[in-house]
Ligand binder design. Structure first.
Ligand code: NOJ
Length: 473
């Protein structure tokens, strides 16, 4: 059944992130990061005050993770490096050799199993020492990140050929620096998200150039950034107001980062005009959205070797019904996303299951950002606690999604190179702690040895990987 097959050498993967799985928060010289601090502050920042102190214990149980990867037959594994495990204060002034050894073991073992690593440099866990100096609010962090990236390329780049600089900068910016929902818990409404995003874009561009100039020729790898996006549809397709709101919703999320990096080094026009107009009305002399200089635009433009998309859900969009008081990212966007009541929910309130939204988003990316090679670096469905091992319905969501992905490849001509399930394991799901379970493998957090057990979805996913295609019924 050829029509169910994926292209040859399609990358089949699963993804994790350091803070969400490793534990070992103060082991072997690891420095503190913002999530250590944030979770240790308690106060219900995270459901039931869960922390990542132990998580899946992957710092010691990494071989158990390898067994899961093997059982799935994955061709690729996406994980992130803990910045403060490698560089405890975030700078190359002191290198924690134990951290280097840990990732060396992991990378070497993956390669020995014929699994290609896709490595993220920063997945939400800024070293606390850098946060104390401003974190992403400070432009200096972009320079420190560049040095961290250089260190990682020179230490691991002989073996790692696929790199992601920053994971989901929009989430870090909005939730971490504007709404205080994520670490570092800053609430700089109307400013924080834009400023931190600005510095993350610069950090990404510097890291890409560092690789391109000093490593690429020898190491022959690729560098990108992982961007998250919903698919957005106008609530009423015949309403101009809804159509405009829908466009803003998209521009303020995906294009915020993808325009500068993939198109012209600059923010989307609608972001510039809306934020500037609102800033003027607020009596400010300059826009709350920082500007890139012409020189910076040239540096930022074209700094991704492929497109990494994290997709989970879709929204129907209309203009904001009530404008929030005071300046904010939300009021600048002036749009709100609504879940269609017919869309099923997967384990967590925000995750409406909309497989066709992914197909549309992939086509949008193809048409808007120069038909790049695309990897879906995250896609997944959760179960809430207590989960069932026979997650038949959840596997159904994966199958529907992969069917849409196939259509994107075969009917829409999207150059899709790979698909990564979020996540290999149940893990620390940020504010939801361990109550929202995204794993292909169940982790029993109540047992000291944190046993991993495959869900039905894992067994079925392994078949798809093996077939390099969907199984006909
Ligand atoms: C995106 C993030 O990158 C990941 O850390 C998170 O667990 C998943 N979404 C699910 O919310």
């Amino acid at each position: 059944m050829d029509e169910l097959k994926f292209p040859e050498s399609f990358a089949w993967g699963a993804a994790t992130a350091a803070y969400q799985i490793e534990g070992g928060w103060d082991t072997d010289g690891k420095g503190l990061n913002v999530w250590d601090t944030f979770t240790h502050q308690g106060g219900d920042r995270v459901l039931k005050n869960h922390t990542g102190d132990v998580a899946c214990g992957s710092y010691t149980l990494w071989e158990e993770d390898l067994k899961c990867i093997k059982q799935l037959g994955l061709t690729h594994y996406r994980f992130s490096l803990s910045w403060s495990r490698l560089l405890p204060d975030g700078t190359t002034g002191f290198i924690n050799q134990k951290g280097v050894e840990y990732y060396n073991k992991l990378i070497d073992s993956l390669l020995a199993m014929n699994v290609t690593p896709l490595v993220t440099l920063y997945h939400f866990d800024m070293p606390q020492a850098l946060e104390d100096q401003g974190g992403w609010s400070s432009e200096k962090t972009a320079d420190v990140f560049e040095q961290y990236a250089k260190f990682c390329f020179s230490t691991f780049g002989d073996r790692v050929k696929l790199w992601i600089t920053v994971n989901e900068p929009a989430m870090v910016a909005k939730l971490g620096y504007e709404q205080a929902i994520f670490a570092p818990g800053k609430k700089e409404t109307g400013f924080g998200a834009y400023r931190s995003a600005h510095n993350m874009i610069k950090a990404h561009a510097k890291a890409w150039h560092m690789y391109n100039t000093f490593f690429k020729e020898k190491q022959k790898g690729l560098v990108s950034i992982a961007l998250d996006s919903d698919w957005a549809e106008p609530l009423d397709p015949n309403s101009d107001g809804d159509k405009e709101a829908c466009d803003r919703y998209q521009q303020f999320r995906l294009n915020w980062f993808a325009n500068p990096i993939f198109i012209d080094g600059d923010y989307p026009a609608v972001m510039k005009s809306e934020i500037s107009r609102n800033s003027k009305e607020e009596g400010l002399m300059t826009s709350r959205l920082p500007e890139f200089t012409d020189e910076e635009k040239k540096i930022i433009k074209g700094t991704a070797d492929f497109f990494c998309l994290n997709y989970y859900t879709s929204r129907n969009v209309r203009p904001l019904s009530t404008k929030p008081s005071g300046p904010s990212y939300n009021s600048d966007t002036g749009a709100e996303g609504i879940k269609d009541p017919n869309w099923p929910e997967a384990g967590v309130e925000w995750l409406a299951v909309v497989p066709w939204g992914l197909r549309k988003l992939l086509a949008y990316i193809k048409n808007t950002f120069g038909d790049p090679d695309i990897y879906i670096t995250e896609n997944g469905f959760a179960q809430s606690d207590p989960p069932v091992l026979q997650d038949v319905q959840r596997w159904g969501y994966f199958e529907e999604t992969l069917t849409e992905v196939l259509k994107a490849i075969k009917q829409d001509g999207v150059k899709l190179k790979g698909y990564f399930v979020w996540s290999l394991l149940d893990n620390f799901e940020w504010n939801s702690g361990y109550n929202v379970r995204f794993g292909l493998f169940h982790v029993d957090f109540n047992q000291p040895n944190l046993p991993r057990t495959p869900y039905y979805s894992a067994i079925e996913y392994a078949k798809v990987v093996k077939e390099n295609g969907l199984i006909s019924k």
